[in-house]
Design a protein around this ligand. Structure first.
Ligand code: TYM
Length: 334
């Protein structure tokens, strides 16, 4: 049966990139009759140092963001990764299938490890193996993510294929990435060649899900652009990455086609476009931020939702883990 799985790391606040590239799309899959499983991946977050109190708070905040963007914990399974031990156990099994060279090739590892990669945690290197475990422990068939996760999903397919080949089985599905829409790669507001990221040292480079209307408007006003007027179609923005990014953000926020937006702004400059974009962004984000704050006022209720979700997740994951061990030749006598 088709099944959707996706995850978000609680390693800090969420950005407009996380929202448009992933979160905003999650609720839509709920009503398609496909089972949807959404996870706050706390075990992934700790591959770089997290203050324990901050991790707890961020985990609840990501859970609140899922719900505020329309994920219904009755319709979907919503939980935090560490409450379902099958993820960590399956990751170990996959550590014996995946090759070290595959891990060193991951661009996210290279970016996060930086120059001194010998000093990064062993978990950071093995990160994609845990991600494959997240997905394959549910036999998930499709994974909605932003463009930056594409390489990790290819590795998930490689792990599934190698396991199936090595053990002469077709036990694991070959998962499809779902990278859709106009905001699969939202770029920094300060540099059109870098993705918008929670780890960028410049707060002006991103819109945070917790920013208020004034902060959103100010960041958009100060966003880097060029001095040219807007063209009639997206074709004319091919070599203008900053401008293209802002139009794509507008399109993703409103669901309008980028060319239709440009048809309205053709010949005008950013002095006209930016205030319109700020209005659209505030209108879309304010209700979500408000709902997140409401939910965060009752942390015990969030924890209860995550616990219930973890019970439901475990009921799917545990039998698949046991079957995997059986295939690999491990004795189960209790
Ligand atoms: P994370 O927590 O970095 O990001 C969560 C989601 O947001 C997307 N995203 C973006 N989309 C468009 N533009 C951007 N600038 C942007 N920045 C982030 C990401 O693509 C992602 O969909 N490894 C994953 C978490 C994970 C996972 C999984 C995902 C762990 N296990 C299993 C799917 C399935 C990550 O670091 O996402």
């Amino acid at each position: 049966a088709p099944r959707i799985f996706s995850g978000i790391q609680p390693s800090g606040g969420l950005t407009l990139g996380n929202y448009l590239g992933a979160l905003k799309r999650f609720a839509g899959y709920q009503d398609t009759g496909i089972e949807t499983i959404y996870c706050v991946v706390d075990l992934h977050a700790i591959t770089v140092w997290q203050d324990p109190e901050a991790l707890r708070n961020n985990t609840r905040q990501i859970a609140a963001a899922f719900i505020a963007s329309g994920v219904d914990p009755e319709k979907s399974i919503l939980f935090n990764q560490s409450q379902v031990s099958a993820h960590a156990e399956m990751a170990w099994l996959f550590n014996t299938v995946a090759r070290v060279g595959w891990m060193y090739r991951m661009t996210q590892f290279k970016d996060k490890a930086g120059k001194n990669s010998e000093n990064s945690s062993l978990g950071l290197l093995a990160y994609p193996s845990l991600m494959a475990a997240d997905i394959l422990t549910y036999h998930a068939t499709a994974v909605p993510v932003g463009e930056d996760q594409k390489q990790h999903l290819e590795l998930t397919r490689d792990i599934a294929a190698k396991f199936n080949h090595d053990y002469g089985t077709e036990f694991f599905p070959i998962t499809e990435p779902l990278i859709e829409g106009t905001a699969t790669r939202v770029m920094s507001l300060r540099d059109g060649s870098k993705k918008m990221s929670k780890s960028d040292p410049s707060d002006a480079s991103r819109i945070n899900l917790t920013d208020d209307a004034d902060a959103i408007a100010q960041k958009i006003r100060k966003a880097r652009t060029d001095a040219e007027p807007l063209p009639a179609t997206m074709e004319g923005l091919k070599d203008r990455p900053e401008a293209r990014n802002l139009v794509n953000i507008y399109a993703a926020l409103t669901g309008e086609a980028a060319d239709d937006i440009l048809a309205r702004f053709e010949g005008q400059g950013f002095g006209a476009f930016k205030p319109a974009l700020a209005d659209v962004a505030v209108e879309a984000m304010a209700p979500i931020t408000a709902r997140m704050n409401e939910l965060m006022a009752d942390p015990a209720e969030i924890d209860r939702i995550l616990g219930k979700g973890a019970d439901r997740a475990d009921a799917i994951a545990h039998p698949i883990l046991e079957q995997t061990k059986e295939i690999m030749g491990m004795i189960r006598s209790r």
